[in-house]
Design a protein around this ligand. Structure first.
Ligand code: NAP
Length: 487
């Protein structure tokens, strides 16, 4: 189920948020701590206005609530007054004063309101996560809930393995007889927000667009884009490993293709400093393959059992495919993606100038040399251009060594200069574009870098990196699923 956290100041605004997202959500959580004081007493009518089951929650500031300190007795008195207004669930922290909790739970049970006993850890995944959840469940009487903050991939797996103990052991099933809610916060915890249902968690939370009630909440429509309701333990999981990974556009691209092809799969961002651990836990995740991004493209090759020829030549892999007992196979789809927008041009025997000598440049040079072009590489650090050139049998030097005779047919900009937010940057401000046919910048945010703008003004045909991004992803999709992506 999907629960919308309602954190607006007024009942009216919260109802408007429910209306705007009704098609995506199953229930709502009213956060009383966010309501302005004069709105709190109106909250008794909220479930009827909402028209869907509602969780009544009044969070203390130390548990992530709005920063309005309130005396515990007053907080419980408000919960007491409100819950009888038709709330389906009431959330009570597991460490609240038993003398205050007892009368509220008794009254809630009499009224048929389900009780969630929750705890939050904004700093860590506690070592006693499973024990604390089962204690909060009180022998299956309550729904235990934990929202915790993983600080590593190892922490992420602690959460997933805890869920597995609750779903797959007789003891866990007994404790979680009324269900459980278990979520990881922040970038490391994000996969649990999407896999919640598959992990057995009763629900996942989301926030209205533009707001975030807790670290890692996304909007209801973004959850729908991940295909949340269709994800089960049988769904094949794919993803991108990187550090960072949350900014990646790959989940949007891949998940749309799975949906279009009717494939039972989901693609997630795995922010991680430890991509090897993600691969080690492949079975737990039902992991079929990974895209790999900065800074893991080189080290990931070490865990591959089978290495594609392009990976050996480029020295980096951006795609890992799980071949089961045969191990993981490493591919590089960047060079193929790079060539796709150039497929209608005759490249063989013509001159190309590549600006930059980093990881992307290696894939570009590999592709251009394979196409039979004469390649010159220039880079801020001349030694790196020279080393790259030596690997591929071309020429290389510093940024001021761009050849001054015939203009090349193609100029490829592979540095990060000009990329958002530093959109005023230009790696070669004095470069004269006249006579150059095509100028290709691998950057796609902004759509047109200063470098591309100048090239366009000089009459060159210009290409940005968006088509390359889609084309390399389409090749990954084919390697993952055997299906062709339409893009
Ligand atoms: P990288 O390995 O870190 O290489 C960065 C390159 O940029 C190096 O050549 C570096 O020169 C140069 N550079 C950085 N700051 C500079 C500056 N201030 N002045 C001059 N040169 C500078 O990064 P990468 O993986 O190759 O990625 C480079 C760019 O390609 C990024 O913008 C990335 O988004 C883009 N990219 C796009 C796609 C796509 O699908 N469209 C795919 C991959 C990459 P030094 O060697 O002197 O440090």
């Amino acid at each position: 189920m999907i629960a919308l956290s309602c954190t607006a100041k007024t009942i009216e605004e919260n109802i408007e948020n429910i209306e705007a997202n009704r098609q995506y959500i199953d229930l709502a959580e009213l956060r009383v701590d966010f309501l302005s004081e004069d709105e709190i007493e109106k909250a008794g009518a909220f479930p009827e206005l909402a028209g869907i089951p509602v969780i009544l929650t009044y969070r203390k500031p130390e548990d992530g609530g709005a920063a309005v300190p309130i005396d515990e007795e007053a907080r419980f008195a408000i919960l007491h007054r409100l819950f009888s207004g038709g709330y389906a669930y009431v959330d009570i922290e597991d460490d609240a004063d038993p003398a205050l909790v007892r009368p509220l739970t008794a009254a809630a049970e009499n009224a048929g309101t389900e009780i969630i006993r929750s705890f939050h850890d904004f700093d860590a995944v506690p070592g006693n996560l499973y024990d604390r959840l089962t204690a909060a469940a009180d022998g299956g009487r309550f729904i235990p809930k934990a929202a915790v903050m993983p600080k590593s991939s190892a922490d992420l797996f602690k959460i997933i393995e805890t869920a597995r103990r609750l779903t797959d052991t007789a003891e866990g099933q007994e404790a979680a007889a009324r269900g459980f809610i278990l979520l990881g916060m922040g970038a490391y915890g994000f996969p649990t927000r999407i896999l919640a249902g598959a992990m057995g968690s009763m629900l996942t939370f989301c926030s209205p667009p533009g707001t975030s009630a807790a670290p890692g909440h996304i909007s209801p429509s973004e959850l729908a884009d991940y295909g949340y309701i269709g994800i089960s333990r049988k769904s094949r999981v794919y993803g991108i490993v990187g550090n960072p990974a949350m900014h990646s556009k790959s989940p949007v691209i891949h998940n749309a293709w799975y949906a279009a092809a009717g494939i039972d799969a989901v693609y997630l961002p795995f922010e991680t400093a430890d991509p090897e651990l993600i691969i080690e836990k492949a079975e737990l995740l039902n992991l079929g393959g990974l895209s790999v991004t900065i800074p893991h493209k080189q080290r990931i090759i070490e865990v591959a059992g089978i290495v594609d020829e392009s990976v050996s030549a480029i020295g980096a892999s951006n795609t890992m495919v799980n071949r089961g007992e045969r191990g993981w196979e490493a591919f590089n789809t960047d060079w193929l993606g790079f060539l796709e927008p150039l497929k209608d041009y005759a490249l063989k025997g013509r001159d190309a100038l590549v600006v930059g000598a980093g990881g992307a440049a290696r894939a570009v040079v590999y592709a251009l040399v394979k196409e039979g072009m004469n390649v010159q590489i220039i880079n801020r650090t001349a030694a790196k251009a020279e080393a790259l050139a030596a690997d591929f049998g071309c020429s290389g030097g510093g940024l001021d060594s761009a050849r001054s005779t015939e203009p090349p047919f193609l100029v490829v900009q592979t540095t990060s200069v000009g990329m958002s937010p530093d959109i005023d940057g230009d790696p070669l401000p004095d470069f004269d574009f006249s006579g150059v046919d095509i100028v290709y910048d691998l950057i796609y945010t902004p759509e047109k870098t200063v470098f591309l703008q100048r090239a366009g003004e000089a009459g060159c045909r210009i290409l940005n990196g968006y088509r390359m991004l889609k084309a390399q992803a389409a090749e990954q999709f084919r390697l993952f699923t055997g299906c062709k992506a339409n893009f």
